[in-house]
Design a protein around this ligand. Structure first.
Ligand code: AMP
Length: 211
């Protein structure tokens, strides 16, 4: 099965995509993670992407589609794309790339969460700088403030989870990514899910629509 997960930043799509990928034995492909790794390793892709990511802007479509083309050469059988496509041009580009190799998307899962909730979730989001475990001061707080429950490492915030960058990411989402919903709706592939339900309910709702 091949799925794409859509939704605003902070809608929980990353966490849900990871869980669903494990349950359904699919590869979880987060373009944000691929890009962050590229930046960390100082690769050519990372150098092209860094300035856009730091500002909360989208990395240009041609850079992203080049990266996806490479990914599809290795992982074409079963995957969840998380954070991609982010523009109508990316959705169309993905359609073309997949058509070329004779495959297609089965469903586009759209996690709906309002702006107020998104802001609360994102400003509360922290991660362990040593082992990468996620925490949220509102929903999943660490036992000791600023310290990872698992390994004792220090907790930090993603640079693009700072309030001023979040507002820009939400604007970018509304302007550029909303049309992706229309693209998949017009192809009868869009499945709307209420992302404000409990964590477990969201997982169950997604499983229900894809099985
Ligand atoms: P994410 O972890 O999905 O929120 O992505 C973090 C950042 O990586 C975004 O704010 C963008 O700058 C960049 N990014 C990730 N995926 C894409 C994409 N499909 N198109 C353009 N930029 C992306």
């Amino acid at each position: 099965m091949r799925l794409v997960f859509l939704g605003p930043p902070g809608s929980g799509k990353g966490t849900q995509a990871k869980i669903l990928a494990e349950k359904m034995n699919l590869k979880h492909i987060s373009t944000g993670d691929v890009l962050r790794n590229a930046v960390k390793n100082g690769t050519e892709l990372g150098n092209k992407a860094k300035q856009f990511m730091d500002a909360g802007d989208l990395v240009p479509d041609n850079v992203i589609l080049g990266m996806i083309k490479e990914i599809l050469q290795k992982d074409r059988d079963g995957f969840i794309f998380d954070g991609f496509p982010r523009t109508a041009a990316q959705a169309e580009g993905l359609g073309t790339l997949m058509e070329e190799i004779g495959i297609g998307i089965d469903s586009a899962i759209n996690l709906a969460v309002n702006d107020q909730e998104v802001m609360k979730r994102l400003t509360g989001r922290f991660f362990c700088q040593k082992c990468g475990t996620d925490f949220n001061v509102n929903t999943r707080p660490p036992k000791v403030e600023g310290i990872c429950d698992k390994c004792g490492g220090n907790l930090g915030q993603r640079d693009d989870d700072k309030t001023e960058v979040i507002s820009n990411r939400l604007n970018v989402y509304r302007e550029k990514t909303k049309p992706v919903e229309d693209y998949y709706r017009s192809h009868n592939l869009l499945k709307d899910i209420d992302g404000t339900q409990s964590f477990e309910q969201v997982t169950d709702s997604i499983l229900e629509v894809v099985s």
